[in-house]
Write a protein that binds this ligand. Structure first.
Ligand code: FAD
Length: 447
């Protein structure tokens, strides 16, 4: 496929699921309640704008007072909301440039991973890693330091080499890794401007096989955590915390890398004999292919397939990062609370993420482990559990995922981010009038 065709097809593929323009009278607002993906949060912004070009983004930013960028709505909290205007990036959906010489890909700010991965693969290229699902926008993911797993793999912002963003004064700013604010702006929580283009490092395409093991004894995890998490290119553990067992180990191995042979046994766990969903009672139909069948990176690194409902659907999510060296202690501390946790849990996932340099990344200069909770959609009860979990993990300077549900006191949060003062200074420098401020940023950043 020629580059021109590649670019043309890619923009057509995202046509499904467009948002209808939304300008409101209070009455209309009532009829058109807009929610996030999980349906647990109703956006308060009265107006939803859908620019189709950078110029339209500039006009909107100049014209509007309070506003915030909206990606694919997969955050579980109010981070993407605004008291007045949301600027959806849905129609900024083109692949801009595949630079084969420098091995970079530039896309517009509304493209989701699943919108371009197949074409990128067909051209012979790949990304280093993906999250559990391909349904999220690249910019929305990078803005909250979204991650996959892999002891040597940084979060999804780590391949970013440049951004084009429209700043609160409506001007275009291009920044790359040499710009002093680059490492603040990429994981920017949508506080700095609206990203209209993003450039990512790419690499030669590769294949991955996915092998699952069941019922890993907790004792094995305690004694061999590093070896288990290093047994593949990307490894995820799923547990319901009960029975002193990790219910599933998902090992994703690149076929072009050497790994130790695996038999039917893995540190006391047994090889799965069929495809599985992380929640074992749910059909694995929506999950990427397992049972060691090699396939392209974009069809193995996420757990869920594009075009299907990811995860469980009706759910809430929280996730906490602690330094990798404290992983076992942190897991054992939570295991003591297993009955309380399990009462509201659908499933926990444990992953590793390599250190990076983004100021607001929970993995800033710290190899980390992320302990994730997919909860039942019962906020009244879940909200009681979060402070307990946060207090158990406080000795490890726990940091929550910016896009999920948490209750850590903002002052504690600020202390745990070495570069927080630089981030706040940067945000105030660009957003002098507080155009991008919303309740979330007021509480967690500006307070
Ligand atoms: C089923 C499910 C599975 C998930 N799996 C994972 C996982 O594996 N790993 C993980 O780390 N997280 C995961 N998440 C969380 C999710 O990836 C993040 O919350 C991510 O930020 C969502 O991206 P989005 O495009 O939906 O962004 P939104 O929720 O729409 O917005 C997120 C933030 O990005 C900002 N933003 C969006 N676009 C722009 C732009 N163009 N310019 C400036 N700012 C912008 C918004 O203002 C907001 O601050 C999962 C969520 C769900 C629902």
């Amino acid at each position: 496929m020629k580059r021109k065709d590649f670019i043309k097809t890619s923009s057509l593929l995202v046509a499904g699921g467009m948002l209808a323009p939304y300008a409101c009278s209070p009455e209309k607002k009532q009829q058109s309640i807009r929610k996030n993906w999980a349906g647990n949060y109703t956006y308060q912004a009265e107006n939803l704008h859908q620019p189709t070009s950078v110029e339209e983004v500039q006009d909107l930013i100049r014209k509007l007072d309070k506003q915030k960028a909206l990606g694919s709505k997969h955050c579980f909290n109010n981070i993407a909301d605004s008291p007045m205007n949301q600027i959806s990036t849905r129609l900024l959906d083109k692949i801009v440039n595949l630079d084969e010489e420098n091995k970079t890909l530039t896309i517009e700010g509304g493209l989701r991973y699943g919108d371009f991965s197949t074409q990128l693969d067909e051209k012979g290229y790949a990304l280093h890693n993906l999250a559990s699902l391909p349904h999220i926008t690249v910019v929305g993911a990078c803005s909250t330091a979204t991650h996959g797993s892999g002891v040597n793999l940084g979060n999804l912002a780590t391949p970013v080499v440049a951004l084009e963003l429209v700043t609160p004064d409506g001007e275009i700013m291009n920044i790359d890794r040499n710009h002093p604010d680059f490492y603040g702006a990429v994981v920017g929580l949508g506080a700095v401007g609206i990203v209209t283009k993003i450039t990512l490092e790419i690499e030669d395409t590769y294949q991955v096989r996915q092998d699952l093991f069941q019922e890993l004894p907790l004792e094995s995890l305690e004694n061999h955590f590093d070896a288990i998490m290093s047994s593949g290119y990307s490894v995820s553990l799923f547990t319901n915390w009960l029975d002193k067992k990790v219910s599933q180990v998902w090992i994703k191995r690149r076929t072009d890398q050497e790994f130790e042979e695996m038999g039917d046994q893995f540190y006391g766990a047994t090889a799965a004999t069929k495809n599985l969903h992380p929640i074992v009672e749910i059909s694995p139909e929506n999950c990427t292919e397992q049972m060691g069948a090699p396939g392209p990176w974009y069809n193995r690194l996420p757990h869920f397939k594009m075009g299907f409902m990811p995860s469980g659907g009706e759910e809430l999510q929280s996730e906490y990062f602690v330094p990798r060296e404290n992983a076992v202690d942190a897991i054992l501390a939570l295991e003591k609370k297993r009955d309380l946790i399990n009462s509201q849990l659908l499933i926990t996932e444990i992953r590793t993420i390599a250190a990076d340099n983004f100021w607001m990344s929970p993995c800033y200069q710290q190899d980390s482990v992320a302990i994730h909770f997919t909860w039942k959609q019962n906020w009244e009860e879940v909200s009681k559990l979060l402070p307990m979990i946060e207090s158990e993990l406080a000795p490890y300077n726990v940091k929550p995922h910016w896009g999920k549900l948490f209750s850590v006191d903002p002052a504690r949060l600020h202390e745990r981010y070495e570069k927080f003062p630089d981030f706040l200074t940067m945000v105030k420098k660009y957003d002098t009038e507080g155009k991008f401020r919303n309740d979330y940023l007021d509480l967690n950043i500006y307070s």
